[in-house]
Design a protein around this ligand. Structure first.
Ligand SMILES: *Cc1c(COP(=O)(O)O)cnc(C)c1O
Length: 393
């Protein structure tokens, strides 16, 4: 295989040439006019991609998705608060652990592997807490749990939180800019991601948008967050850059800021808005699922309506195990193993978000690599590619 293998894990992902070019070259200083312009534009474009409305506050900080989760936890809650975590897998468990480290009292509503908790169960937990006069300050949802490929019904869960006067905090690290999310329309309070998932950048940026209610929650805290993740420290910086003025608190990742304005610009470029972007991912995912079905493969998510559009979590067929992953690589695509601690030997994961979702050739090459890597014939691979092509064209 002479061609470079495609990076088809659920982040980092393949990036466009324009994004790569924007991030390359000598790193500019954080006071350089092009960085100031890109920073302000990236903040404004985040509102458009998040659909978060003019009063929302975007935040761009160097770091990972995990840092973005901690920033949300530490700025919205403090010791003694109560939070409800809708558990759908590995990353929901991480969120619960972060809350416990903030000395927050955590209630978890969980579901079996490959399932999501019924919204009625979440509603019942909220109602019980209200009756006991021990209401939750926040509800945490993992939009797409990358460990299982399961998507939560974010719209319904955000609505439930709102009805109970709780903040809704949604981890969109494997969803933002790909799965339908209308931050202002639904009234969500924090929606967070990282640059290397569906945003389509190299890793290195934690990206969050806060509602006005979320900003007020930070203002009311009596236990300040650690300084490096404190909204109070970062807000003046974001506001300055958006107003075209540089300002320093901690050095931004300047090459990535340059890339972010370009990457978000690509997401918005066709002028058809986020609905078209979400539809693109839905179609790419449907194409991948048609290919998997043609190969007789089954998915981890229990039902189509809770199956993410950003990745496929595929059960190994009989006689195939984790040793297929290097064979898939040898056929041209890098895919990921399972991540759920108890079930990781049973499945593997294929990302199809961001730039690759816009490139049918990437999707078809990946289908072929998987088919051959799990020991199917070239004919079977071709049939699977055709099943996907039928959806894509
Ligand atoms: C990838 C991911 C994270 C963690 O992001 P890092 O950048 O690896 O820290 C958190 N939540 C979800 C849902 C993810 O997919």
């Amino acid at each position: 295989m002479s061609e470079r293998p495609l990076l088809m894990i659920p982040g980092p992902i393949e990036i466009s040439d324009a994004v790569r070019e924007a991030a390359s070259g000598p790193p500019p200083g954080h006071l350089a006019p092009p960085v100031i312009a890109a920073f302000g534009q990236a903040l404004r474009r985040m509102r458009d991609v998040w659909l978060s409305g003019p009063s929302s506050q975007p935040l761009i900080v160097s770091g990972s998705g995990t840092l973005a989760m901690d920033i949300a936890v530490f700025n919205a809650l403090e010791p003694g608060d109560r939070a409800l975590v809708v558990h759908t897998g590995y990353f929901s468990a991480r969120m619960a652990e972060m809350l416990r480290r903030r000395s927050v009292e955590v209630t978890v509503v969980s579901a079996p592997f490959g399932e999501v908790p019924a919204s009625a169960e979440v509603a019942a937990a909220l109602a019980r807490a209200a009756e006991a006069k021990l209401p939750f300050k926040a509800v945490f949802v993992t939009h797409v749990d990358t460990s299982t490929g399961v998507r939560a019904d974010a719209e319904t869960l955000v609505g439930l939180a709102r009805n109970h006067g709780a903040l809704s905090i949604v981890d969109g690290v494997c969803a933002t800019a790909a799965e339908r999310f209308d931050m202002a329309g639904w009234g969500a309070d924090i929606y967070l991601t990282a640059s290397q998932k569906a945003i389509g950048l190299p890793p290195g940026l934690a990206l969050l948008v806060f509602s006005e209610r979320a900003l007020e929650a930070r203002a009311r805290l009596t236990h300040a967050p650690p300084l490096s993740m404190d909204l109070d420290a970062w807000l003046p910086i974001m506001r300055a850059y958006e107003a075209g003025q540089p300002s320093y608190f901690a050095t931004p990742a300047t090459p990535l800021i340059m890339a972010l304005s370009v990457g978000l610009g690509e997401i918005l470029a066709d002028g058809k808005g986020m609905a078209a972007r979400f539809a693109l991912h839905e179609r790419a995912a449907r194409a991948m699922r048609a290919a998997w079905a043609s190969l007789g493969l089954t998915l981890v998510p229990a039902r189509e309506d809770i199956t993410a559009n950003t990745l496929s979590a595929i059960r190994y067929p009989d006689g195939v195990d984790v040793s297929a992953i290097p064979r898939i690589l040898a056929n041209g695509a890098i895919v990921a193993g399972g991540l759920d601690p108890e079930n990781k030997a049973k499945y593997f994961r294929v990302g199809h978000m961001g730039y690759s979702a816009t490139q049918p050739a990437h999707l078809l090459r990946t289908i072929r690599a998987v088919a051959l890597g799990i020991g199917r014939s070239a004919d079977d691979a071709r049939t699977a590619e055709r099943a996907a092509e039928a959806v894509l064209t």
